[in-house]
Design a protein around this ligand. Structure first.
Ligand code: ZN
Length: 84
């Protein structure tokens, strides 16, 4: 869940990010989140029962870890150095 304030003309400044699962108020400085945060914005399509709806939420790193810890098969984790 994110709150924005006014910035110059058309841009919005990020003011606050709250983890949708636990309610933790994440550190935001100069319009950027300064700690682990997973932003999900997913539009479901025709083949879903949620067709036409966009789900949007933020998770702190702890809640993300708890979420993926429930997976039957672990998430693949790549070292970002592979892409440099
Ligand atoms: Zn959380």
């Amino acid at each position: 869940m994110r709150k924005y304030g006014k910035m110059k003309a058309t841009k919005k400044a990020l003011l606050q990010v709250i983890c949708n699962k636990c309610g933790k108020d994440l550190e935001v400085k100069d319009g950027s989140v300064r700690e682990g945060c997973v932003r999900i914005e997913y539009p479901f399509d025709y083949f879903s029962e949620k067709d036409g709806y966009i789900y949007e939420f933020d998770l702190c790193e702890k809640c993300f870890d708890l979420w993926i810890g429930e997976f039957k098969y672990p998430a693949k984790i790549h070292d970002m150095k592979e892409y440099m």
